[in-house]
Design a protein around this ligand. Structure first.
Ligand code: SF4
Length: 766
């Protein structure tokens, strides 16, 4: 029985606001998981599906990239994992009748939430030039149209091939191969908008752009610093790892402009204490830092460690590690000693005593891990910030030993895997050499466009064909009006998707929707049942096997779509065995094993339950494949966002009922928000100074050097205990405020966590 989708969009976004909560998960999480699943599928299907999430013979949760423990729990998923699965395994369907009834002009006015709730796509669809309805089309015709438009381009660089982090390794590998055989490195991906700053900083300082810790390291740490991350909503199973570490004696420090329930207390629903007891208090210290103040914080911490070493030489710094494995310590130390406390206190908004309290915890801890997410990566100075975090860990040898290391927590289930498979606009020469050797061609060597550059290129008419493997590019990107206008300039926009979203209703002259299998779906070819592989945030590669009958017999897997398109576009003479790849993913994995380091004997090793860990030199053997062959200390000038008087610094963030741009519901339970998303959280003292009453409505206007007015209208002001000078509101609604050209140095990541805004009278439109 297909579950009915909501007919109407909520007429008016009318949020109700109650008190924020101080504990995450517990019985409410169980109830909400079942309620969400029940709205999308039958109880029988819910049970059959949820029992297979994150299990060795099951499928990988399409939510975040948190790793599985060696022995998964029977219910190895969190509330938001249940929501992500229910969204995909939904029994709701949309096909030609839906698109006949809903013209594009109407769909363009619908909320992202409503579009996403309509159900799974069931057949390929074309929006032809000058028409207002998507109509069904055959796969052959669809591939023909893509081949036509690609063939009409002056160069392959007039096309861009975007990837969202849900794409499996096998599809990502053949996708990058297709783009490169066409002659372009225009392979933007969602990582450009999230952890690109982490990759840039870690490659420079440690030589590997990924986290160096495994799950067991978290369980062994003495001190875990969680900075700029809200695991309670964005990586909820991380709370189980923090609880276990805490029970083993670890201290936990959260550094965040917002007091997040998931960092205060965890009611683990898989334990009696969590179900009926008070749960586990997590953070021992909460530093309510200003947005963008983390560089200053770690500079101050490092100064205090230096001073402690001066007082007791040889007792604080790991001199042997520094001497043997590091370069640049002396230059760094000289600069660090010039750190100004006034600048630190101004940038962090923290009292000096709290920073000294943290330093004391550090001095009492041998094994330290720093975890972070967007709160560190989406600022202009994010790369120097993460480099300073690395300086902090190098000082006491907290890289390359158990219980210690760097832990950037990835947001999308396979975003790290996609990058490992070659989804990168600036690929390493070694990767291109290996790819060229394996497939007998010379890959393009010139760098391509990342996400922001792709938008600029579409805006300027330099990219005419936009192809997206999953995701919701338009909603996820900054500067919404500019991005939408750029997208509309394309000759053709193509989206490989499971469900409807905003990017399907903001189209090029022509548009295609190509419906694909989800993680939960059975993927069977003439060679039998296929499985895909993914790489989690800690570098573990494992299999994912869907089992549900696909929503429609017309769906193709991501791999099949790429391989059939490749044959059509590249022609019968192209030597790559695209047909073999489409039928047997083992054939793809055999090629990956020869091209990508660490994947030797891929097919054999990935069949072991739990999969295998990719090598990580800094972690495994304290070998640092940097330009110097050593771990590099770096000098990072103390900087922080500047905010003119009468303005606030806004961060865009997720509600608890949201995963990236997918909105599961209109509540944000932990923050006390219900039935609405157009809210802005403002510190009560800031609000009083700005004349913003709690419950009043106002427009947000961002300020940027190009003088363009970027307005997000009709937001309910919520007096909320944010850090002074800092406000918060949900994306994608506030992505309109993030200027396209406001990006992080080096990584070009949009600065979605530091947007200068002013408040204006409510214009009433939303
Ligand atoms: S923690 Fe992340 S990967 Fe795990 S179940 Fe939750 S959303 Fe899915």
């Amino acid at each position: 029985m297909a579950r009915r989708a909501p007919e109407s969009d909520p007429a008016q976004d009318a949020p109700e606001v109650g008190a924020p909560q101080h504990a995450a998960a517990g019985i409410p999480a169980v109830v909400q998981s079942l309620r969400t699943a029940g709205a999308q599928m039958s109880a029988r299907r819910t049970l059959a599906t949820l029992r297979r999430v994150n299990q060795p013979d099951g499928f990988d949760c399409p939510g975040c990239a948190w790793p599985e423990p060696d022995r998964p729990h029977v219910a190895e998923f969190c509330e938001n994992g249940a929501k992500a699965v229910a969204e995909e395994a939904t029994e709701r369907r949309i096909g030609r009748e839906f698109f006949a009834a809903h013209p594009l002009s109407e769909l363009a006015g619908r909320s992202g939430y409503w579009l996403g709730q309509q159900g799974r796509l069931t057949e390929p669809l074309l929006l032809d030039e000058g028409t207002d309805h998507y109509v069904p089309i055959s796969w052959d015709r669809a591939f023909g149209i893509v081949a036509e438009e690609l063939g009409a381009l002056g160069s392959a660089d007039e096309a861009a091939f975007y990837t969202s982090g849900r794409t499996g390794n096998e599809a990502a590998f053949v996708y990058q191969l297709l783009a490169r055989r066409l002659g372009t490195n225009n392979l933007p991906d969602c990582s450009n908008m999230c952890h690109e700053s982490s990759g840039s900083a870690l490659v420079e300082t440690l030589g590997v752009g990924k986290g160096s810790v495994r799950l067991k390291d978290l369980h062994q740490a003495d001190l875990i610093i969680v900075a700029g991350q809200n695991p309670g909503t964005n990586h909820p199973r991380m709370l189980s790892a923090l609880e276990r570490a805490k029970r083993a004696g670890a201290r936990i420090v959260s550094v965040n402009p917002l007091p997040e329930a998931g960092l205060e207390r965890f009611k683990n629903p898989q334990t009696p204490r969590g179900l009926v007891g008070g749960g586990t208090r997590l953070n021992d210290l909460f530093l309510q830092i200003r947005l963008g103040g983390d560089l200053a914080l770690f500079r101050a911490l490092n100064l205090l460690l230096l001073e402690a070493e001066d007082e007791n030489p040889g007792t604080v710094l790991d001199r042997d590690f520094i001497a043997e494995h590091c370069l640049g310590f002396e230059e760094w130390a000289e600069d660090a000693r010039s750190t100004s406390w006034d600048a630190v206190l101004a940038a962090t908004g923290l009292p000096e005593r709290q920073i000294r309290e943290l330093a004391t915890l550090v001095l009492g801890s041998r094994r330290v891990i720093v975890c972070w997410a967007m709160g560190l990566t989406q600022h202009k100075h994010s790369v120097p910030t993460i480099r300073e975090v690395v300086n902090f860990l190098l000082l006491r040898g907290n890289v390359g030993r158990p219980g210690a290391g760097v832990c950037p927590v990835r947001g999308h289930s396979n975003v790290q895997g996609d990058r490992t498979m070659g989804i990168f606009e600036r690929p390493a020469e070694a990767f291109l050499d290996a790819l060229g050797r394996e497939f007998g061609f010379e890959p393009p060597r010139h760098h391509g466009y990342d996400t922001v550059d792709t938008i600029r290129a579409m805006r300027d008419g330099r990219v005419k064909v936009f192809f997206a493997m999953g995701g919701n590019f338009v909603a996820a990107s900054p500067d919404t009006l500019a991005t939408e206008a750029a997208m509309r300039r394309c000759r053709l926009t193509v989206h490989v998707s499971t469900k409807l979203n905003r990017s399907h209703v903001v189209t090029g002259v022509r548009a295609l929707i190509l419906p694909t299998l989800g993680r939960t779906d059975l993927d069977r070819t003439t060679k039998g049942r296929q499985f895909v592989t993914v790489e989690d945030s800690m570098g573990m590669v494992h299999a994912s096997r869907g089992a549900l009958r696909p929503p429609s017999a017309q769906l193709l897997s991501e791999v099949a779509i790429v391989c059939r398109l490749a044959r059509r576009v590249l022609g019968p003479q192209d030597e790559v065995p695209w047909e073999d790849f489409a039928e047997s993913y083992d054939a793809i994995r055999d090629r990956i094993a020869r091209v990508v380091p660490g994947f030797e004997d891929f097919n054999e090793r990935v069949r072991t339950p739990g999969g295998f860990a990719l090598p990580h030199g800094p972690r495994d053997s304290r070998t640092f494949p940097t330009a110097t062959g050593k771990a590099n200390f770096t000098v990072n000038a103390l900087t922080a966002p500047e905010v003119p008087p009468g303005r606030l610094l806004l961060q865009t963030l997720r509600s608890h009922d949201q995963y990236n741009t997918t909105v599961y519901g209109l509540d944000d339970r932990y923050r006390g928000i219900r039935d609405g998303r157009r809210v802005v959280l403002v510190n009560p003292d800031d609000a009083r100074e700005l004349g913003l009453d709690d419950g009043a409505y106002a427009d947000l206007v961002s300020e940027w050097s190009d003088g363009v007015e970027r307005r997000a209208a009709h937001f309910r002001v919520v007096h909320y205990p944010t850090a002074r000078g800092c406000a918060a509101a949900y994306y994608p609604e506030t992505n309109v405020l993030v200027p396209l050209d406001s990006t992080a140095d080096t990584s070009n990541t949009p600065t979605s966590k530091s947007v200068v805004v002013r408040f204006e009278a409510d214009s009433g439109q939303d």
